[in-house]
Ligand binder design. Structure first.
Ligand code: NAP
Length: 240
């Protein structure tokens, strides 16, 4: 991987205030990139920018995707867009209301696609896009059908856009279990126990750290011959 290729590049991270997105923003900033982070809350953006050591901050919400045109219109030319933003509430289909289903599609599909569409006029042809899928696309869990379908669709979208938007490269990263604030909501009080048990079952003997995924995203951003790829970074989670 040639991190020097990120020096002076403009990287937009949608979801850059926490967890994997924050790690990606930190990673590319350390490699000398100019970073823009997007999230829903100005205060969280400010904290994240401090942690990164400086970043342009934009308030944006995947549930208000029509606003991304204005957001991207206000930015200078872009080299790379990384979309990690997302929440994860698990419900059975029976528990889910029609509004839950619409909200999931809005956040997981309409939102990321709107980000990409809004970015197109600003993206350099030498640039790339990284979307975020997840282990659920391949390893089902109870109460995860909607999320599993949405992240599997993201993988198909990445492959399709790799053709449609060429020479801009489009890839997806698929994390396994990664210790981020997202998992607090997932596991609640049982988080520590659940993660220890998951770690013991993995070939790597540990669950992921946000930096593991950031490093993989770095590879996708700088790998000029990689497009239409789904990079699984799951500690072998698909194998067990
Ligand atoms: N952690 C895992 O084990 C794991 C496994 C597989 C896949 N993933 C996927 O990886 C991605 C990142 O997860 P994470 O673990 O890093 O989660 P996280 O720590 O909770 O961070 C989520 C990020 O998404 C942003 N966000 C959430 N909803 C948003 C919305 N409607 N509009 C704009 N930004 C929004 C949050 O920003 P604000 O709250 O500041 O708006 C935050 O920056 C998610 O798509 C998740 O599904 C995670």
């Amino acid at each position: 991987m040639n991190d020097a290729m990120l020096k002076g590049r403009h990287v937009v991270v949608v979801g850059g205030t926490s967890g994997i997105g924050l790690a990606v923003a930190r990673y590319v900033a350390r490699a000398g990139a100019e970073v823009t982070i997007v999230g829903r809350d100005a205060e969280r953006l400010r904290h994240a920018a401090e942690e990164i050591g400086g970043a342009r901050q934009c308030v944006g919400d995947l549930h208000q995707s029509e606003a991304f045109g204005r957001l991207f219109g206000s930015l200078p030319e872009i080299d790379h867009v990384v979309v990690t933003a997302g929440t994860a509430s698990l419900k059975t289909l029976r528990e889910s209301t029609a509004e839950d289903l619409r909200a999931a599609v809005e956040e997981r599909l309409v939102g990321p696609l709107s980000v990409v569409r809004a970015a197109l006029d600003r993206l350099r042809p030498t640039g790339s896009i990284v979307l975020t899928s997840g282990l659920l696309a391949e390893r089902p869990t109870h109460r995860g059908a909607i999320l599993a379908g949405a992240v599997a669709a993201i993988e198909a979208i990445a492959r399709s856009l790799a053709l449609e938007l060429a020479p801009i490269r489009v890839n997806a990263v698929s994390p396994g279990l990664v210790d981020t604030p997202l998992l607090d909501g997932f596991f609640g009080d049982a988080k520590h126990e659940a993660l220890a048990s998951a770690a013991a079952s993995l070939p790597t003997g540990r669950i992921g750290r946000p930096d593991d995924i950031a490093q993989a995203v770095g590879l996708l951003l700088t790998g000029g011959f990689i497009t239409g790829e789904v990079l699984h970074v799951d500690g072998g989670g698909r194998l067990v």
